[in-house]
Design a protein around this ligand. Sequence first.
Ligand SMILES: [Fe+2]
Ligand SMILES: [Fe+2]
Length: 166
Amino acid sequence: MNIENLNDLFEDQLRDILYAEKKIVKAIAKMIKSANNPELKKSFTKHGVETLDQISKLEAVMTSLEMKVKTQKCEAIEGILKEADEIIASVKDPQVMDAALILAAQKVEHYEIATYGCLCAFAQQLGYSKQAKILMSILDQEKAADTHLSELAQEAPALNDMARAA
Ligand SMILES: [Fe+2]
Ligand SMILES: [Fe+2]
């Protein structure tokens, strides 16, 4: 599809992030299984529920703009998640595993933050204030998830030490 204006770009990125969120739901399920630290498991579980809610919100935004609810392959998230899979498959030590999971999850969060930040700005510029508010609520969840992961990494120095020593 040709992108001729800001509205086209906005719709293109909505389909891209919807694809990404659907992939992320599956990735989080794997991360919950692989995590050892109970707080980390809890954090992934919470964000898994939020991610399902984000998918509904994105679909609602699309419907409200009379767009077809449709995804578009996001190569970036495919790459980020493929790398995460490879790391998970090659780590054996439980603490190093948790450190690797935090690393992988934060890469995902930063990708999401970049996309939702732009989507919010585009929605505002396009005069879609109701949709901008919904996208902002998702952006806030992504930022909170990222902050919590940083806190977990800092609160568990052993986790970081192990990762550094490995
Ligand atoms: Fe998300
Ligand atoms: Fe997220």
